[in-house]
Write a protein of this length. Structure first.
Length: 261
């Protein structure tokens, strides 16, 4: 069964770039990982509207981008010089060892069959993969859980632990796996995690609508949580509550970039 994203990417494609851009820390880690693999030709999985496709092209890689949303592919193909393919990641329409490496950003938790997709990555890539992912440890240390406790039920089942993801990559045939921890600046790519340092983003319905996490929550749950968050921001209590999560989050980070050989 497909993973329920709660976002129809065909519907949000036209406004996607209003909030989703390249996060410098993620891009730098991907470039470092791909260069460590000795990659020149790269297949980007779940490329969306091509923001990271363009960044990796600018870094000197020859890019092929794949996405399963026709609307995303149409926009991405207009924005970037790379080759675009409309397809699902679990059955890549490429020959074995036809690219040097796989890249991907915020895509693994959308894959309906992670193990099958990772095996496909290993099949088509000669050198390996550099993949950004939000793992369970990243989510478990966000202060959002204080105001929206139901978000655990909505998100945690979709996200592997870091250990589970690394194990899955070994099972798919990768031999060496390294993980780099990344923190979002909160200024560029306004993903779900970006509001950790900018709590007022959560009051913007456009921001919430662009994140699959908040789109999974009932409107009454969101309204209740926002009321509590507004109260604590006004009283000054928010800083104390956020601090209860910050130490653990400093160790977990916002996301990871996995480089696998």
């Amino acid at each position: 069964m497909p993973v329920p994203t709660s976002i129809n990417y065909g519907q949000v494609a036209s406004a996607y770039d209003n909030s989703r851009r390249v996060e410098p820390g993620v891009a730098a880690a991907l470039v470092e990982g791909l260069r460590a693999l000795g990659a020149r030709s790269v297949l980007e999985i779940g490329a969306g509207t091509g923001n990271y496709t363009a960044a990796l092209t600018a870094a000197g890689f020859s890019m092929t981008a794949i996405d399963r949303s026709p609307a995303m592919v149409e926009i991405g193909a207009q924005k970037t010089a790379g080759r675009w393919i409309l397809s699902d990641a679990s059955a890549l329409p490429l020959r074995a060892r036809s690219v040097d490496a796989i890249a991907g950003v915020n895509v693994l938790h959308h894959l309906p069959a992670l193990h099958a997709a990772l095996a496909e990555f290993r099949r088509v890539a000669r050198a390996g993969a550099a993949l950004q992912a939000v793992v369970r440890e990243n989510l478990e240390t966000l202060w959002y859980r204080h105001y929206f406790p139901e978000i655990d039920d909505a998100l945690l089942p979709l996200h592997s632990t870091l250990g589970g993801l690394i194990t899955a990559m070994f099972q798919a045939g990768f031999r060496r796996v390294a993980a780099a921890k990344i923190f979002y600046s909160g200024r560029s790519d306004l993903t779900f995690e970006a509001a950790r340092t900018r709590p007022h983003l959560l009051f913007d319905p456009r921001f919430r609508a662009s994140t699959s996490g908040f789109r999974r929550l009932d409107s009454a749950i969101i309204a209740r949580g926002l009321t509590e968050l507004e109260r604590d921001l006004e009283s000054g209590a928010f800083a104390r509550i956020a601090a209860l999560f910050d130490a653990a989050h400093a160790d977990a980070a916002d996301c990871v970039v996995i480089t696998a050989h």
